[in-house]
Every structure is written in structure tokens, then in C-alpha cells.
Design a binder for this molecule. Structure first.
Ligand SMILES: CC(=O)N[C@H]1[C@@H](OP(=O)(O)OP(=O)(O)OC[C@H]2O[C@@H](n3ccc(=O)[nH]c3=O)[C@H](O)[C@@H]2O)O[C@H](CO)[C@@H](O)[C@@H]1O
Ligand SMILES: C=C(OP(=O)(O)O)C(=O)O
Length: 449
């Protein structure tokens, strides 16, 4: 399909201004939270990305009316008709994203049962959902695995529980939050994930009437209530998209102002960016990122749960590290298979060697196992344009960055995947002076002159 291919003519620094809106990793979950309310909710700063469209479709299937608000990027979510919805077509949503798993708690509270189709999301590891089902069982849910998905029932009102996660999973923490708020009694969750998007989801739930407190030791306590209302909320900005553009500015020796980027959620990224040699300037509206000239420095980088270096920042920054002088070490500790994208960078001229060992510091869950989850990047290396096939969301954006930083033209296949998490990325690339074009459609032989 020619319309899923982008031609990228590299060698021009990205310069100018783009805007990021609400976070891909918060907005769909805030939309799911609307299912818990007795009244409509109003969500602002909603980006036009595929994950939002997928959740919108799923909510509508479940009887939630989703309509645009008065401002651009505003959604009104009205859950008044959930009880009478016909979900016969739910199978069509299988493989669409990771969000359907978060419908469990709200549907169990509302209807006493839930059906969850197979999940999608990036292929960067096994991505099991065992923690989700374990916590739901602790609340009293009964789960039956069926060939086409998972069927859940709540024989009685779900009850709060004392839960400890084996690992601070973002999704499992959100599962607990969205279930505990209406469960009977108190839930204590320890070893919880505390990503900024989770804090923002807690803000949403508190606005709806939930009682939730967060301790400094990854413990979250939720006192269940009998009824939740609607909310009005502006989603926090997408720190992952902002970091992607920052990495693109660095790798292409450019200068990009990311309107909407916020310092507080990006502190760890900003420290790393500075260590590599990237420059930035923060004001009240956003952050300017640029390459200040001279050589970039190699660094040791370990991804981790928040407040560590976010795994979704890793792939775009690795492209910039191919331009740094010396040996950089990257240890991916969140996903076991998130370095496969480097093979294509090597074909473009990068020198990246993968290792099974935990390089550069803390042993992680993947050490002594058969996962290539550490990398040594030696640079700087000139990159050459190539034929690239996008493997996953952030890997895909990394390929765009590499193609923009390379000499010559690249053909990037599968660009539609990027629409899952980057709003209007093509228009933004063009606004920044990126030389990108969709190839002309093939003209059928009989219509040629
Ligand atoms: C839509 C969304 O918000 N996606 C984000 C979310 O994904 P997601 O919520 O899927 O990520 P998790 O934090 O749950 O996963 C982290 C690790 O825990 C493991 N795990 C998770 C659940 C489970 O039941 N069993 C299990 O073993 C996973 O395989 C992975 O190794 O957080 C990730 C970590 O910040 C981000 O990279 C994703 O962008
Ligand atoms: C891994 C990611 O997302 P998801 O969990 O939606 O696959 C990501 O945003 O990089």
C-alpha cells in the first residue's frame, strides 16, 4: 500500500515549533473512568490519535455517548445508557490496543459482568496480563478464559483488598484504581506504579468523588464509595511525544520548540538530555530543545519505572546516541524485547551491539535469561538512507528520526502505526522543515496516456 509508505529525504535539521496535547497514556484511561460516573464527564486536551478513536468506539459500543465539546480537543462522555448497550460486535475490537483490559472494574461494578477481547499494543515483549487478573480475583471477580477473550463476573459487590504488585506495573495499578474506587471498603495497593499519568488518573477519579491517597513508598490507599459523579479535566501533556521531538531535534542538529511540554513530568529525561549534550530552555508554555553544536557525549542509560528514565523515551534517544562520541550503554529493564529496532539502525550505518547481560548497573528481571535487553552504541556514525519497516510505535518514530538525520532518501514502511500515538505527525514534520513525502499513488496501466 503506497499510502502507508513515507519517503524521507534526510540531512535537514528540524527547526520550528510544534504542539503536544494530552498524553496517550492518560487520555484513553480517563475516558474509561467516565464509565464509573453517574453523570457526564468533560475531558479536555484530547489528541486526535488512533488509541483515542479505538477507546471512543469501545465506549460507544458499551452505551457511552461520546460527543465533541465546545473547544477543539474536548470530549463529552455520557454514560447514561450503559445498562441497555448491545455489545455483540465487541470481537471487532480485538487486538486494537491495551486499553480494553481497563474496562473490567467499571463494567463489573455497573453490570456485574464484562467481556474483554484480545489486547493489542506494541510488540516489545510478552506483555502478560496476569497481574490484572490476579488483582481482579482479589476484589472478588470470577474469570473465565474463552477462545475469543476473557469473561468476568462479579457474583456480589467487589470488595476492597490488600494487594501487593510483583512489579510496579502501570496497567495493573490503573486496574486497581478503576476497580477499588467503587468497591466496598478499603484497598491498600503496595509496590504501585506512580507514573505522572497515574497521578493524573487519580486526579480525575478524585474529581468524580473517589477517596485516594498516595504515600511516598509506592503505596496507594483507596476508600471505596457508593457513587461517583462526572468530571471536568484537562489531560496532562504527552511527555513521551515531547521527548520524541526533543530527540529528533538533537539527532538532526535542529532546534524545536515543543509547545505544551511540561518540565515536571520530564525531569529525568531533561537531566539525561543535558548529559548527552542537548540544550533546552523552559518557559511557561513549553520547552525549546536544540543541538548546541560540537560533539555529543556518550552516556550510560537505564530505563526504569517512574521516577526513572521512561522506557518509551529510550528508542528515540538511542538514535541521538548514534551521533555521540564514544560508547553509550543502554539497559532496558521494563520490556525484554525493546531493542530489536536497532538492527535497522545498524543497516543505516550505526554501530549497536546487543547483549543478554544487564550492562551498566542494576541487575534486572531479564538478566541471566535469553533476552537481548542491553546495548552498546558506539558513535558517532554517519547514517545512510535505507528501506525501513516500522516495528512498533516508538521504534517507528525512531526510524523517522534516523531517516531525517541520514544522508539520502529512506522509504519508511508502515507509517500508519505512528498515528496510534502521535497526533498529526506528518504535518508536524513538514512544519519543522522535514523533507518528507508520500509516494505518488501507482497509476493503473489503462489510465496512463
Ligand atoms: C497504554 C499505556 O499506558 N502504555 C504504557 C504502559 O503499558 P503497560 O501498562 O502495558 O505496562 P506495564 O507497566 O504494565 O508493564 C511493565 C512490565 O510489567 C510486566 N507485566 C505487566 C502486567 C502484567 O499483568 N504482568 C506483567 O508481567 C510487563 O510485561 C512489563 O515487563 O506502561 C508502560 C511502562 O511505563 C509504557 O511503556 C506504556 O507506554
Ligand atoms: C508501549 C507503548 O504503548 P502501548 O502500551 O500502548 O503499546 C508506547 O506508548 O510506547
Amino acid at each position: 500500500m503506497t499510502d502507508d509508505i513515507l519517503l524521507v529525504h534526510g540531512g535537514t535539521p528540524l527547526e520550528g515549533e510544534i504542539r503536544v496535547r494530552g498524553a496517550k497514556n492518560l487520555v484513553p484511561k480517563a475516558m474509561v473512568a467516565a464509565l464509573l460516573g453517574g453523570e457526564p464527564s468533560r475531558l479536555r486536551n484530547v489528541p486526535d490519535i488512533r488509541d483515542v478513536r479505538v477507546v471512543r468506539g469501545l465506549l460507544q459500543l458499551h452505551g457511552v455517548t461520546v460527543s465533541p465539546g465546545e473547544e477543539p480537543g474536548e470530549l463529552i462522555l455520557d454514560p447514561s445508557h450503559v445498562e441497555s448497550a448491545n455489545v455483540a460486535d465487541i470481537d471487532a475490537h480485538a487486538g486494537s490496543s491495551r486499553i480494553p483490559i481497563l474496562f473490567c472494574g467499571p463494567l463489573l461494578h455497573r453490570l456485574g459482568h464484562a467481556f474483554i477481547p484480545g489486547l493489542g499494543g506494541c510488540d516489545i515483549g510478552g506483555r502478560p496480563i496476569d497481574f490484572h487478573f490476579e488483582v481482579l480475583r482479589q476484589f472478588g471477580a470470577v474469570i473465565e478464559k474463552r477462545p475469543e477473550g476473557q469473561y468476568l463476573e462479579a457474583p456480589q459487590r467487589l470488595r476492597g483488598a490488600k494487594i501487593r504488585l510483583p512489579y510496579p506495573s502501570v496497567g495493573a495499578t490503573e486496574q486497581v484504581l478503576l476497580t477499588a474506587v467503587l468497591a466496598e471498603g478499603v484497598t491498600e495497593l503496595s509496590n504501585a506504579a506512580v507514573e505522572p499519568e497515574i497521578e493524573d488518573l487519580i486526579c480525575v477519579l478524585q474529581k468524580m468523588g473517589a477517596i485516594i491517597s498516595m504515600d511516598t513508598d509506592r503505596t496507594i490507599r483507596i476508600t471505596g464509595v457508593d457513587h461517583l459523579g462526572g468530571y471536568t479535566h484537562g489531560a496532562l501533556p504527552d511527555r513521551l511525544e515531547a521527548a520524541s521531538w526533543a530527540s529528533a531535534a538533537l539527532a538532526t542538529k535542529g532546534n524545536v520548540y515543543v509547545r505544551g511540554a511540561s518540565q515536571r513530568e520530564m525531569m529525568t529525561f531533561l537531566n539525561t538530555y543535558r548529559k548527552v549534550g542537548g540544550a533546552f530552555e523552559i518557559d511557561d508554555e513549553g520547552i525549546r530543545f536544540w543541538h548546541p553544536g560540537g560533539a555529543l557525549s556518550a552516556i550510560a542509560l537505564e530505563t526504569d519505572v517512574h521516577p526513572g528514565f521512561q522506557t518509551d523515551w529510550q528508542q528515540p534517544l538511542v538514535v541521538a546516541l548514534t551521533q555521540a562520541s564514544g560508547l553509550s550503554i543502554v539497559h532496558e529493564t521494563v520490556y525484554e524485547s525493546r531493542l530489536g529496532f536497532t538492527e535497522a539502525l545498524n543497516q543505516m550505518g550505526a554501530h549497536i551491539q546487543l547483549y543478554r547481560e544487564c550492562l551498566g548497573g542494576t541487575p534486572c528481571r531479564f538478566g541471566q535469561r535469553n533476552f537481548l535487553h542491553s546495548a552498546v552504541v558506539s558513535g558517532p556514525t554517519k547514517l545512510q538512507g535505507a528501506d525501513l519497516v516500522i516495528p512498533d510505535l516508538r521504534g517507528g518514530f525512531s526510524y523517522l528520526i534516523a531517516a531525517l538525520a541520514a544522508e539520502g532518501t529512506s522509504r519508511v514502511h508502515g507509517i500508519d502505526l505512528i498515528n496510534r500515538g502521535y497526533e498529526n505527525f506528518l504535518a508536524k514534520l513538514k512544519a519543522l522543515g522535514g523533507h518528507v513525502e508520500l509516494p505518488a499513488p501507482l497509476v493503473p496501466a489503462q489510465t496512463r496516456a
